[in-house]
Every structure is written in C-alpha cells, then in structure tokens.
Ligand binder design. Structure first.
Ligand code: AGP
Length: 618
C-alpha cells in the first residue's frame, strides 16, 4: 500500500544489517509487520513477523538468518489482509525459489489469484503480493531463467499501483524491481547498490541515487544497474544527489511531516479512489461486504466521529442526503452515546476515524451496535479496533498520517464517505448510472485540482506570516463550506494555539457579528457562483457586513469569481469545481495557513502541545 517500507541490497557487506537499519529509517511511515529475505548457498531464507521491527529482531535472535550479501526487506502497512505473520512480506513462491516484497495495490489481483488457484497453486496468505511471487516463479522458466524478463512479463499483466522487488535463489547476485504509481529509488554505491521506497533507507551509505520512472524495471547487481521499460527497451534514468540528511529524508525532504502530508493529498485522494469504479462504471465497494438488501432497508444514516473526522462527516452529509434522500445525522462521538440516541436495525452508523483507535468513537460505535444498528467504519489504519468492531469497513488509502494535525486523512475521509453515498444511491436507485458516473468523473479529476492548489500556496503563507500576531481568526462558510470553515478553525486552534472559530455565515447576525471589530481577520470560504448563486450572493452580503465593521476579509474563492475581488481585502484562488467538490480544494489553503501561522510563531507543528495523534481515552 501507499506507504510500505522497501529495502533491497546487493554488495560486499552483510545484507541483513543494512536492510534492518534501512527499515528502521522507514519506521516513521508507520507499519504493522516486517520481514527480510536473503539468498544463501542457493536457498532463500525468510524471516517475517507481525508487529514492530523489534519483533522481527527478536525472531532473528532466536532463529538467525545465514550470512548473505543479497537481500530484500519490507515494513508493511496492511491493506489486503490484516497485520499477521503470514501476511507479512516477503512472500515466497510455492517452490521457495522466488521472494517478493511490494508497496501498492494490485487491482486485478483477485482474477490473478483465481487463475493461480485454478492451476493448483496453494496460496499461503490473503495478500495481493503473494500472487506476484507465484507468477514470477512461473514466468522465470518461460523467460529462460532471466529474472528481469520474467518481472517484465508479470508486470505487463498487473493493474494498479505497485513497487515490486524480487530475488531468485538461482541468481544470488541479483535484485530486480519494478515500479508503477509507487515510489522506488536506487542508491548507487561503490561495489554495492541499494533499492528503497525512499532515500532515507540508504542515505547513510550513499547519496548518489537514481529516480525510477513509471513502468520501469531495474536489474541490480553489486556493480551494475540496468533499467528498462516493461517491454525491455533500455531507458535512461536521471541520477540525483541526495542533499538531505537522514532525518530530513524521513520527511521526504520536507521540513515537517505536516508539509509532507499536505503535499501527499493528491496521491492520497487518487489512491482512495483507485479501483472503486469498475469497467462498467459502477461503484464497486465489495471490500465493504455490506449486503445490498440491507443497504436498501436502512432509513437513516448516522455519522459518529471526532474532530477533523467529524468535520469530514459534516461535509459528507450534504452529499449523501442529496444523492440518497436519506437523512444523515452527524454526531460528535463523545456526545452520541450519552444522549440516548435513536438508532436501530434501520440505521446505518458510519464511524469515521483515521487512527481507528479513538476511544470516544469506539464507545459510540459499541453503543450503536448494542442498539442493533448496522455499522460501517471509514478508517485509514488497517486492522485497528474500530474497523475490527464494525460490521464493514471502507479504508482510506492516505498512508500513515504522522503529524497530529490531520490533513490528508480529512480529504480521503470525504472521498470515502462520498463513495459510500454514491454506492447507496446506486443500490437504492436514487441516482441514474450516468449521474453516478458524472460525479465519479469529477472525483477522478480532483487530485489534479488539489495539485494546482498546492502550487499556489505562497500568498496564503505570506498572509499567515502577516497575521501571526492576531489573537483571533473567524472562519465563515455556507453549505459544504461551513464544515470547511470549522476544519480551518480547528487547524488554527491546534497548531497556532490561537482562538479561532468557524461559523455558518448565516449565523453571524444571530450573535457572532458582535465579535467583529477593527482588524479582526475573517476567512470566508466562498461558494462557487456557478453552483448555487443564492449562496454566493448571501456570502457576499456577509462579507460586506463584517467589512463594514472593520474586519480584514480573506476570501477563499474560485478562479474567475471576479465579484468577490471587489469585496475582500485578500483573495486566495482555488480551481472552479462543482459545489460538492469544493471542500477538497478549499480546505488546502486553510491547512497551509494554519501550518505557516504555527511555524511563524515558532511552535512544534508536527506535535502540538497537549495533543496526541490518537486519543485513546474517553
Ligand atoms: C485533527 O487535526 C485532530 N488531530 C483530531 O481532531 C482528530 O481528527 C480526532 O482526534 C479524530 O481522530 P481519528 O480520526 O483518528 O478518530
């Protein structure tokens, strides 16, 4: 999956110690199992264990690997199949001739798995990776023993996102890898070479690296690195010098995990959509294992979540109600179970949680289950408690989120909740197929739109620095812009330790406008004028009301909305997108604003005071 740790080595030194040290450098990425394979005296030796590297190291203590100068290692962030010893990588072919490690999702793995089982192969795990090990072992003889050619043959059959690294006991001086839509870099040493999912794994040994491109295969020995495309044609890859130190490398060269995770949002959104619409353009969420009849029988949806996850639920409410005509209640988990809520067998309760361990949400989930409700988790951490205790789960594929302030998880929670909404509409027949396809197409275009916002963040950073002395910032929004305003305020509170509050813009005149005085910064999430013109007109009035009282108005407004420029002190532009898509682009400047404000104030952005990444107490 998006953030597994990969290390490969071939050279003069002991492979094991280099690989384990490399995997340690990748620990920050989060993982739930680890393993290593080496070639020794014509045999492949594998040691792998669920849990942290310490578990693997104690296994290696009691059951050591033989000496070897060729090996591969992996830390797994579970996707297909929970974090168990058998699901840990490396995976072996049946005859133990080939070992494979993998980062990504192989979308067509179930048909490949069926083909293998039909041919009598016994699979030892639930993973998509193991399928590749068997296919490679079958392809090597066809390729006259040529592992790179066998890898190319197999890769041509794979769909999805993958970095694969393989070794063959018959070729002990060779490590072969392939990549599509998933990172892979080569570390070029003297008489030794390295492969890794990011440079942090080998930067202690060499700073000379090669960045592999899309659909490429690399054959690596101690003295040679050959790169081809999937058809075997040699390709030039550009070398680069790593000028990061190891700790910066862990953040992919970013100063902060939060900056890295903000930058990962286009990929996180793309990964969370991947494979969830089939060739017939129907939403396919088979992994949810929720009976369609049941989904037709429910008469309301209740979202339970905390913090940012609750804000994501609020965004999703507008979409799911619009698409399914089902009432959607969004409940703060900490309030839910103490207010004697009305849920039962006709309710679909959706627990949204990045960590899957938030105690408030877990306790609310248990309460909902006790009332007989059907439960679905939207979660970013495979195998965590909340999905395990839910009837079904839809995973977001944001990859581990290290910074306490949630960013990419928020966008992918919206994506997952939208997919559930579209799936409900599909199953219940409240949207035509072409309408569902149209929305999915809009979603598919969002990674590129988020990318565009990321390219234009300097103005909002400058504003944050200019306003770093502010004592309070208000956020306004309407419709789906309202939960975005709440999320922007939450980010600013938890990062800059500054008072910030989000309001439904229509609420201003019912009290909050008394807060406005000279110089108060007000950030306004402006609805698209093309979406609901009435909403745009009303928010322009709200801007006029606060400016008339001295507010400094910063409008987050779409490109082409010239009206707003006449009324706001500053305009931060975002791409024009349909109404329900706007939270995916409008949130990003607010994340950057809060991050820059905290940085300007010299605060610890990744680990803000008083906060934990996962609140496992009630
Ligand atoms: C968001 O920036 C905060 N870190 C916090 O509100 C978080 O969203 C909340 O604690 C819920 O966490 P979860 O998604 O892991 O359940």
């Amino acid at each position: 999956m998006p953030m597994c740790g990969i290390v490969g080595y071939v050279g003069q030194k002991q492979a094991l110690e280099i690989i384990v040290a490399g995997l340690r450098r990748l620990e920050y990425r989060g993982y739930d199992s680890a393993g290593v394979a080496v070639i020794s005296e014509g045999e492949l030796e594998v040691r792998k264990k669920a849990g942290k590297l310490a578990n693997l190291e104690s296994l290696l203590g009691t059951d050591p690997l033989p000496a070897s100068t060729t090996g591969i290692g992996h830390t797994r962030w579970a996707t297909h199949g929970g974090p168990t010893d058998s699901n840990a990588h490396p995976h072996l072919s049946e005859d133990r001739s080939v070992a494979v490690i993998h980062n990504g999702i192989i979308e067509n793995f179930s048909e490949l798995r069926d083909e293998l089982t039909a041919s009598g192969v016994l699979l030892a795990s639930e993973t998509d990776t193991e399928v590749v090990a068997h296919l490679l072992a079958q392809a090597i003889p066809v390729a006259n023993g040529d592992l790179p050619e066998a890898m190319r043959r197999v890769c041509r059959r794979l769909e999805g996102a993958f970095t694969l690294v393989a070794i063959d006991r018959a070729q002990p001086d060779l490590v072969v890898a392939a990549r599509r839509n998933s990172p892979l870099v080569v570390g070029v040493g003297q008489g030794e070479n390295f492969l890794a999912s990011d440079v942090a794994a080998f930067v202690d040994h060499t700073r000379e690296a090669l960045e592999l491109g899309q659909d490429q295969v690399v054959a690596m020995t101690a003295h040679e690195i050959l790169v081809t495309d999937f058809d075997g044609a040699p390709v030039e890859v550009k070398p680069f010098h790593v000028d990061w130190d190891a700790s910066a490398a862990e953040k992919g060269g970013y100063e902060l995990f939060m900056l890295k995770e903000i930058a990962e949002q286009p990929k996180a959104v793309a990964d969370s959509l991947r494979g969830r619409m089939n060739k017939e353009s129907r939403i396919q969420l088979d992994e949810m294992h929720m009976d369609e009849g049941l989904l037709r029988s429910i008469n309301k949806v209740v979202v339970i979540a905390c913090g940012t996850a609750a804000n994501a639920g609020m965004v999703a409410k507008y979409a799911i109600e619009h698409w399914t005509r089902l009432p959607v209640e969004v409940e703060l988990a900490s309030e839910f179970r103490y207010r004697d809520p009305i849920v039962g067998p006709d309710s679909l309760v959706i627990a949204i949680s990045q960590s899957g361990e938030t105690m408030d949400t877990l306790m609310a989930l248990r309460h909902a289950k006790a009332q007989g409700a059907r439960t679905l988790a939207i979660c970013n951490t495979v195998g965590s408690t909340i999905p395990r205790e839910s009837d079904a789960v839809l995973y977001t594929y944001a990859g581990p989120e290290i910074a306490v302030a949630s960013t990419k998880a928020f966008l992918t929670q919206i994506i997952a909740a939208y997919l559930v909404g579209l799936y409900l509409a599909q199953v219940r027949g409240t949207m035509f197929e072409d309408e569902i396809r149209a929305v999915f197409t809009e979603l598919h275009g969002m990674p590129e739109k988020v990318d565009r916002v990321l390219d234009t963040t300097e103005p909002v950073r400058a504003l944050a620095r200019d306003l770093s002395a502010a004592t309070s910032v208000l956020f306004l929004g309407r419709h789906v812009g309202y939960p975005v305003a709440l999320e922007g305020a939450l980010k600013l509170k938890e990062l800059a330790y500054m008072h910030a509050e989000g309001f439904a813009a229509g609420e201003l005149k019912h009290g909050p406008i008394a807060l406005i005085e000279e110089g108060v910064p007000v950030i306004v999430v402006v609805p698209s004028p093309k979406g609901r013109a009435i909403l745009h007109d009303k928010i322009v009035s709200n801007i006029q009301e606060v400016r008339a009282r001295g507010a400094v108005v910063i409008a987050i407004a779409e490109e082409g909305d010239e009206t707003i420029a006449k009324h706001a002190d500053h305009v931060i532009r975002i791409p024009a997108v349909p109404t329900l898509m706007q939270p995916l682009v409008a949130t990003v400047p607010l994340q950057v604003f809060a991050c820059e404000m905290a940085t300007a104030r010299g605060l610890d952005v990744d680990q803000p005071r008083n906060l934990a990444k996962s609140v496992t107490v009630e």
